[in-house]
Write a protein that binds this ligand. Sequence first.
Ligand SMILES: Cc1cc2nc3c(=O)[nH]c(=O)nc-3n(C[C@H](O)[C@H](O)[C@H](O)COP(=O)(O)OP(=O)(O)OC[C@H]3O[C@@H](n4cnc5c(N)ncnc54)[C@H](O)[C@@H]3O)c2cc1C
Length: 417
Amino acid sequence: MRIAVIGAGIIGVTTAYELACDGHEVSVFERRGTAAEEASFANAGLAGPGYVTPCAAPGMPANIIGQLLSRYAPIQISLPLSGREMAWMWKWYRACRLDTSLTYRTQLQRLASYSQERLHHITADLKLVYERSDGHMVLLRSRRDSKLLQPGLQVLRDAGVSFKEISPVDARKLETALNPDTAFFGAVHWPEDEVGNCRQFALLLKNEAQRRGVEFSFNTAVTHITCSNGIAVAVAGENTPRQYDAAVLCAGLDSARLLAPLGLRIALAAVHGYSISAAIREPLNAPRSAVMDQRYKVAISRLGNRVRVAGGAELGGSPERKRTSSLQTLYKVLHDWFPGAANLTGSVQEWKGARPVLADGPPVVGASGIAGLWLNLGHGASGWALSCGSARALADLVSGKKPDLDVSGFGAGRLRA
Ligand SMILES: Cc1cc2nc3c(=O)[nH]c(=O)nc-3n(C[C@H](O)[C@H](O)[C@H](O)COP(=O)(O)OP(=O)(O)OC[C@H]3O[C@@H](n4cnc5c(N)ncnc54)[C@H](O)[C@@H]3O)c2cc1C
């Protein structure tokens, strides 16, 4: 089939690669100059079933309200919210029910495990070399932080995911550079989770996809899609839409705008986050892999010769305006756990990115309900962790095969509810 993929973030690149592996003729449209320039640019890089959680969970609304006035609050709301953002919040609030959240959590963890397998398979098969390391540890500052994590841990136990609740002494054996002056309650360690450079992987896989014949058109924005007689993709600056047998929408946040004229209105919002990346100053003071501060929801990852600190969740506001207090939280958490690890007087990359988050949490992977149009979008805070599995499953569905993992729970049907 001739297939158009719209968007070359991590989701679009993995999708294009898998479709090409199945023998399709694939064209990717990307409005930016290369792949992974938006949400996939400088994320924390965590992957594995221990990392993924739905964005809606019981207790979250109360937690957010309780922390709104705190200087280092992990979640922020930039007022005033637009009508669409208010509607998104209402849907999100309703998805915070325990039963909904547990169902989605289980489904997400399965997809994360499948995705990790596929990531390892692709990496080994293509001999890709990118910045990565094994293991992920959540640091718990207090007994309360530990208590809040327990329902999620139970789901992981039930799913057979291996992890260990460990003491500060054992945590310090795994991450030897943890600040000896910062006292904490304990930690949870996922030895099979990992951290990897999402952008680097996306760029390497883009090259492999090109070798398999995928055509990438960069600096090429899709203005709209029509599906009345096959799939027509209209591109900015061209008079005649290009015709395809099928299209896969992987356009991150812009997906909602492209779907609306087709009668598919999805509650997709930008939840902004931040990262800082800096060269390691002293390797002995730097993390070995990745840690997550549970209270501040900030991840500190080792990516080759750099340390990356990422976190913050901000609904509303502009993508360009960086909130000073959110960046300060990242510096504070880095200083608390790994003082002196990074060269902060040299060039530090400060980045603000927008997670494409569907109000009820999980992404949509599958048929749109409109003939020939497929969706792979809304991966929220876990797009890197879920990318390779989502792409493989989507490619199977497009080819009329049954995916190895049942992804029917990620269907577009729930968006119409
Ligand atoms: C601070 C932060 C930390 C994070 N940490 C992690 C983490 O540790 N682990 C993890 O798994 N995830 C993490 N994430 C989430 C992850 O980065 C995203 O889920 C993922 O990058 C989404 O990928 P995507 O391809 O859907 O979107 P994007 O990367 O945004 O790609 C969409 C692409 O579509 C293109 N596009 C849009 N509209 C059009 C159009 N009309 N025409 C042509 N092209 C178009 C865009 O230019 C863009 O390149 C984090 C995110 C943030 C912000």
